[in-house]
Design a protein. Structure first.
Lengths: 211, 211
């Protein structure tokens, strides 16, 4: 990585958002953009933007601004999007199936290689050409197949056990959709998407909007 | 609301998490818990927990701790979970269908009343007894039916237009799954679930784990 040392979690959280806006700019044929223009688009302050992007070794040039394509390429590289990720999904109910079908991710290099469920009615089902395997085959599968990301879409009661199997099977990251906070080794990256937490925040704002 | 005035966004973001742990404690038959014990469970510091919960008017008693059930009830009430929310889903592809089927939300009082799509192959489809309507019927529907939450599961190109129709149709909150930042009036609550941003953060941590 170019630039200096450790990048804060807050900056990393903002990178996909920068990338999204740069992507739109490229599609609109914009070659370069100042931090002020970027600020108007994204809603972060121009100084925040300059500070964020300085982490990666100053793409901006005084009086010129940022080269949109170069910045997009560099942020993609920093995010690790210049390579593919092999994924498996454990728990193939509605959400697991939706994620499997979410072709958007395939395009971006996130490839579902295997799907697992405990429910005999789901085992054998083909989703996007991937056959759902029995959960009991997970350990063996992971022993033979190097997997980058394990996606957990089980109920919350099973999620910790699944996470432990994934860690034992040497996945590098876990994308957790079960409504529970998992305990995993520090060496494994963990991202939680707690849909019901998000919906409850929305309920809060709705029920307090007239205050 | 009991307690004093305005609660910060950060606290509100933590409330569903408190509620989740309190829910587990209730199921395990735990009646009361100290802020230190709660801290060990949730991972926030005890002083953070006391500070957060003081926002709602001091449920804890020195030397006794928190009454688990009372705290759960109060947090539920503050979150607005003591009432029902009527929801519609716009965009009934994989993710929209998965959210419709996510019965978890029904239990918690989030009720899908209508579904809309522009795709003739989806219009007429029944998902959980709700028939997918044509998108062109959305304005009329909203004029006749008071809806609390509009869920956007369209592609990013259509999301802003859908959001504007929802706002014009007087929804109180928008739960946005399209990979785009929406502009809506301040009076409408907005929660984004940017799945691809989350996946990209995971990619970052995986590709930098050996640094």
């Amino acid at each position: 990585m170019r630039g200096s040392g450790k990048i804060s979690k807050a900056v990393i959280k903002r990178l996909p958002r920068y990338r999204r806006y740069l992507d739109d700019l490229m599609k609109r044929g914009v070659d370069r953009i100042s931090s002020n223009e970027l600020s108007n688009l994204i809603g972060y302050t121009a100084s925040q933007i300059r500070q964020d992007l300085n982490n990666f070794g100053g793409f901006g040039q005084q009086g010129y601004g940022y080269n949109v394509k170069a910045l997009h390429t560099e942020i993609s590289r920093i995010l690790g999007l210049d390579r593919d990720y092999k994924m498996i999904i454990v728990g193939c109910g509605n959400l697991g199936q939706a994620l499997a079908n979410y072709t958007h991710y395939y395009k971006a290099g996130f490839i579902v290689c295997g799907m697992f469920d405990i429910n005999p009615r789901l085992v054998g089902l083909k989703i996007n050409d991937i056959e759902v395997m029995d959960y009991s085959a997970l350990d063996d599968y992971l022993e033979k197949t190097p997997i980058d990301i394990g996606i957990i879409c089980t109920n919350k009661g099973s999620a910790q056990e699944v996470a432990e199997k994934l860690v034992a099977g040497k996945v590098k990251g876990i994308w957790n959709f079960a409504t529970v906070d998992l305990t995993v080794s520090d060496e494994v990256a963990l991202e939680n998407v707690h849909l019901s937490d998000s919906l409850q925040s929305l309920a809060y704002y709705i029920s307090h909007r007239d205050e």
